[in-house]
Design a protein around this ligand. Structure first.
Ligand SMILES: [Zn+2]
Length: 279
């Protein structure tokens, strides 16, 4: 948490409310939250917000000042949020960075993170290109069906681990990997090499449908996700298997959702997602 849908919801809100606004001040409470580029903090004062993009689970804010471009890359980690000032009421001690703006409806955007696994990087254009090339595989919402088939065909290992491998497919974490695989009827531990082209194409369709539906619902508020304006994501109500170990399978197959602790918990129906299934 947060995964692609939550990051996309945040990026869209920030884009709609802050694009074109000018930075009046930057406050950094903890220097170690800035992984790279701390010395460039003063540059951002006076810069204008020109772009807001999502890459995987990260949000990239693009600024210009005197025709120079620099970027703020926000990794949200397990618990990080980007919040507008209007919702900064809870635990302000976890706000590590504040960007103050003029010329927009929101006077502030802050980076809030109680567990501090996430980081911000302040990068120039070359630094951003290097950062993106190193960390991100294909985007699940943008990758074409043939490219998805090709990317999976080049890989070995277990299907769920691969879906969550950010350098292969960027943005899917544990919640959505479980939900996608259940809907696709595929076992989390299935070897990728056993997937037929037809099943891979179907997986591509389901992956995109799940993520787009989750974005439309504002993401999933599991633990503590809030959009920048403080709203909770409603997709949690549509989860079919995540967090539902021991409950009856929603397909009414008579099976019970199993929870298996691996690197992250896998939730699946052993009947609908059989390892031996050839359907
Ligand atoms: Zn089932």
């Amino acid at each position: 948490m947060p995964e692609l849908p939550e990051a996309e919801v945040a990026a869209r809100q920030i884009r709609s409310r802050l694009l074109g606004a000018q930075v009046t001040d930057v406050w950094v409470g903890r220097e170690d939250i800035v992984r790279e580029g701390y010395s460039t903090v003063p540059w951002y004062r006076g810069a204008g917000l020109q772009s807001v993009e999502r890459f995987g689970k990260s949000i990239v804010l693009g600024f210009t000042n005197d025709q120079v471009c620099r970027y703020v890359v926000a990794e949200l980690g397990m618990t990080g949020l980007l919040l507008f000032q209007s919702v900064q009421t809870k635990s302000p001690q976890h706000i590590h960075v504040r960007l103050l703006f003029e010329g927009s409806s929101e006077p502030e955007l802050c980076y809030w993170n109680p567990r501090r696994f996430g980081r911000l990087s302040l990068l120039d254009k070359t630094g951003l290109e290097r950062y993106l090339a190193r960390r991100f595989g294909v985007d699940p919402l943008l990758v074409s069906q043939p490219d998805f088939v090709r990317v999976l065909g080049e890989r070995h290992g277990r299907l769920k681990s691969l879906l969550m491998h950010q350098q292969v497919i960027a943005g899917i974490g544990n919640i959505y990997a479980n939900e996608i695989l259940f809907r696709a009827g595929l076992h989390p531990n299935m070897q990728v090499g056993r997937l037929s082209v037809g099943k891979t194409e179907r997986l591509h369709r389901i992956m995109r449908a799940v993520l787009e539906e989750a974005i439309a619902c504002g993401g999933s508020s599991v633990r503590d996700f809030f959009a920048p304006d403080g709203t909770e994501g409603q997709y949690k109500r549509r989860h079919l298997v995540y967090g539902k170990g021991g409950q009856p399978c929603p397909n009414h197959c008579g099976g019970v959702i199993r929870r298996v602790q691996a690197e992250r918990s896998a939730y699946f129906c052993p009947r609908c997602q059989s390892l031996r299934s050839t359907k």
